[in-house]
Design a protein. Structure first.
Length: 181
């Protein structure tokens, strides 16, 4: 991780927007009390079928269990007497990377990346967490219509390309002291 001033943070965001293929996923704001955990989560809930077999194979019952797949952030802040802010930070990134099928039912295959860190910042100073990298390979098949589907010789009319894609998630956190007045 690292820390940035507001001007440095703005410069980094401007650079990333103009020179890379950057996408802003979320820009949430949460309010936390001293020494109390704040939690934010954005994601999807997937139904996973569960089959209960009836007596003698008769009357099978299908029910669903639900699984959350999300990007979540847990933060606990402590304000010191000198107005520095100590943050206990735990981001978790979970993604669906495929599906497994069994007997006509499917369930998601997920990947999870997480970090736990403690950092001390000044008011309005920004911290950056990086290193939550994901790399995947995408295979694309191009074929001549109809000829590419013929058994045995279809491969002569198909072309496969593999593309590697790397995603590096950066998380920016800026604590701001809010007073009662």
């Amino acid at each position: 991780y690292g820390t940035l001033t507001f001007d440095e943070y703005s410069a980094v965001i401007d650079f990333l927007n103009s020179n890379t293929n950057t996408k802003l996923i979320s820009n949430p704001r949460i309010l936390a009390t001293d020494n109390q955990e704040a939690y934010i989560s954005v994601g999807t809930t997937f139904p996973i079928p569960k089959i209960t077999r009836g007596v003698g194979g008769q009357g099978d019952v299908v029910t669903f269990e639900y699984r959350d797949v999300n990007i979540a952030l847990r933060v606990t802040a402590h304000v010191s007497d000198n107005e520095t802010i100590t943050l206990f930070v735990n981001p978790e990134v979970e993604e669906v990377i495929g599906q497994v099928r069994a007997g006509g039912n499917s369930a998601p295959i997920t990947s999870k990346r997480s970090v736990e860190t403690v950092v001390t910042l000044k008011n309005n100073e920004t911290m950056v967490i990086g290193g939550l990298i994901r790399e995947n390979t995408i295979e694309t098949v191009s074929k001549v219509w109809l000829l590419g589907d013929i058994p045995l010789i279809g491969n002569l009319f198909r072309h496969k390309t593999k593309t590697k894609k790397q995603t590096d998630l950066l998380i920016f956190i800026t604590p701001r002291l809010v007073t009662g007045s």
